[in-house]
Write a protein that binds this ligand. Sequence first.
Ligand code: ADP
Length: 598
Amino acid sequence: MKKQQNNIDHKKVYRKLMSHVWPYRWAFFLALLGNILYGIVDASFIKLFEPLLDKGFVDRDQSFIKWIPYVVVAIFLLRGLATFLSTFFMGWVGRQVVMNFRQKMFKHMINLPASFFDRTTSGETLSKITYNVEQVANACTDAITVLVRESCTALALFGVMLSISWRLTCLFIVLVPLMAGVMHFVSRRMRMVSGRVQDSMGSVTHVAGEAIEGQKVIKAFGGQDYEFNRFVEATQNNRRQEMKLIATSALSIPMIQVIGAFALALTVYLATLNPDNAMGTAMSTGAFAAMISAMIALLKPIKQLTKVNGNIQKGIAGAASIFKFLDEMAERDQGRLEMQSSTGHVAFNHVSFSYENPDISGIAEKTLDNISFEVKAGETIALVGRSGGGKSTIANLLPRFYECEGEILIDGVNVRNIPLKDLRKQIAIVTQHVTLFNDTIGNNIAYGQSATEEDIKHAAEQAHALEFIELLPEGFNTVVGENGVRLSGGQRQRLAIARAILKRAPILILDEATSSLDTESERHIQSALEQLMRQCTTLVIAHRLSTIQKADKIIVIDKGQIIEMGTHKELMQSNGVYNTLRNMQFQEHSEIMTDSLL
Ligand code: ADP
């Protein structure tokens, strides 16, 4: 049953793969033609042995002999043409397939929901886009080249053998099922192990990627040995899986060849018992030599076909993982109510949510439980509370990074009914973790927008970024390095704020947006932000409660629930959690101040 399932999947994968080659069918068929021609030409050369020996050496037929050099040159010219056709056009198809798969996977990846990235490591995905795609290209091109060329050669050689002696050929053919049996077993094993090789390659990329990204933490915490051991484990696993492939291939090639050699030995034995009448067929010297040459020549295609089988199985396993990736559900974007510009009125009605991480009992714990609140256009609300309470999760639900239960409304329209592009146009986000691209400062600020230089400069000025940008040798044209490594935390944060200012969205989300700024910069930016906040609806998540005192509404979140809601004054009077948190922070602050004075 399981075997059958495997077969069905394998055929489906192959069919799907071929559908990606179909647009290039003309080049593909030209290449196939080249391969077929190659096989025929190769076999014809062997067939030529028969008249060559009989007429050239035994009969010494001069009229025949003088043609031999021309025929040899013509055969090799044809062979050259066949090789060119197959190599060039197969290569062309292969590279097209690689490029298309990569582009398709990338496009799909950037439209996958946030939940996909929560459960998959970047290394695994990267490995699919680089390594697995290459394996598939090999299967589509190199492997098919060998498959078609060598099969044609083998068939043509069989034709040659049949034309000389069908009885001896039949003897040879008897062994074909035995070879097929070995090949079948080998294919299954290769496919299975190839999948594991690809997974192990994903781990290698993953561990290496993490070590590159976290290099400072590794140095600071002396994690070099730990990371190296992790990498050793990943590469050892990769090597082990690769060795299984190599062992299977190393065993299968000689096995098939030995079977072929037995057939050859038996034929020679029978033919030489009575050379004049081998198995009832009177054979000339030339015919006998051609027969034996064809049999020996057959060993090469058999060897190649056994070897290429490994590549085809690797390709199928690679293609299966690529198709699985492409089948991942993209973000649902079924909203049809276009929204050009909203007023910024936001409402959460009975919103509940859990990340896709059911606990051991299989029931996912709710990260947000029945959250309801309203923010009028232009108002500022602050979400406060203990870390892990669910504040960032609320901010993540508004742009629909995740799907939730209940409804979230913007201007009375459920966000599910707004096209994602329109919805996200309404929202500017500044988070604690700033993402910058390895591009110029100007392009990073204008990311995703079409803006004039003036606009960019103005936004940078408002975010108090202009003062440091102008000191840089190339100003706005300075390239910031991967994720802005050449900038300080505060500078990065100011660029993120400038980016949000430039977007001029009606809703602004500030998730610990000023946390990397020193008090001095924060004071400057706070005034810029306050100006911006006056123009839009703002959701602020702040750890430092002193910064959100002026908010129109403060919501205290704990364990996914709203436990208090009101203005600063109301909450201070009610003597609840907010009051306690506020007093705790005030006390800490005073202690720090006193310590620094002493
Ligand atoms: P806060 O912003 O209040 O600190 P979060 O909204 O970040 O809290 O997190 C709320 C809870 O959800 C925490 O228990 C956290 O572990 C969990 N959580 C946050 N992000 C994810 C995620 N991507 N996948 C799974 N769980 C998450």
